[in-house]
Design a protein around this ligand. Sequence first.
Ligand SMILES: *Cc1c(COP(=O)(O)O)cnc(C)c1O
Length: 410
Amino acid sequence: MKNIPVTKPYFTDEINYINEVLQSGWVAQGQRVAEFEKLVASHEDCKYGIATSSCTTALHLLFVSLGIGKSDDVLVPSFTFIATPNSVQYTSATPVFVDNLPDTTFSVDPDAILDCIENKYSRKADGTLTNKSTGNCLKGIIAVHLFGLCANMERIKQIAEKYQLWVVEDSACALGARINSKPQGGFGVASCLSFHPRKSITTGEGGMILTSDLEMAEKLRSLRSHGASISETQRHHNKGYLLPEFNSLGFNFRLTDIQAAVGISQMNKIDWLLEEKRKKALRYNELISSEIPWLIKPIEPIGYVHTYQSYVCMLNTEALGLSSLSKANQFRNTIMEGLELSGVATRQGTHAAHTLGFYRSKYGIREEDYPNANRADKLSIALPLYPQMSAEDIEYVVLKLKEEYSKQKG
Ligand SMILES: *Cc1c(COP(=O)(O)O)cnc(C)c1O
């Protein structure tokens, strides 16, 4: 029987890079991390890269550096991985959810951002936006580039400028994503990447903050390493035995040189990895267009480059004649179960974060408060996709989708 995973990392000569690091005797954050940071930052046209132990710690570090805390709000799309709102919550600030678009961009709805600001906040004379029910102050917006497609950054930036808010890009899925050939990472104050095995490249676990702001980069570097800083006098005298000073509460969110070695090897083939995934996604597009009318393919708006970190479709409930959300959800789950039994792994796209226990109970949110995110949660399906996936395996997935449909629909 076939065994097709939902994704699979692609390794070639990583072991040689790892060996070199082990033999050098320097395995913690060092030269290799610095080299990896430069490779990623230059690929994405950003000045500075700050590697971290994951994208979650990257986001957390970034929010600490932006100084948010108790009595601050940040707008977060509700259809996203739980790490996005969690990273705000870690600072004791409040993630305020906003619905996503109903289509298969799965991006945040810019009009929902506007509605949220206009309805939930009042504007004080100095321009600050105060939450009418909690008194919190709105500070910024997280734009999530979900599954490898950038959110509508033109609209989001317009809104942010109008209300004097910052924008942070959650680019966990979006290394290589572009809008009009401009890479992710250039649209907000900073962006955060993930190197988890489900993302474009992997270091096992790992993340990176990209920014072109030198002051921010230096602050992030210090906070990543316990808030360590070398004083100007120490720098001047350059004495190796002097310890740094610790003037702010930092973390140990460092990546290791062993992980960076893997990352360097992955970056050497990044364009090939993205190109191969893209070819395979386009093949799915062709097959689904002609053979599976009950699935809606992922959209790639004009001018956008989708990297297909995941190839995520939605059930076409009209074509299926299923108007009840719970019936359609059951249909999807049965399809996924059948595929699993035929050796094809699938997943739902991601979660509607507002429906997850922690947020539901902490903020008293109901599923139907963000209906598009709720639908995406219940009707999305990520099909297997990885650079080395064979043409035959793609056809097998499509064949099994058709068979599972026939079993339910006759
Ligand atoms: C994967 C993911 C993260 C978290 O990345 P880690 O490196 O696993 O911490 C955050 N946000 C989004 C949108 C993700 O898909």
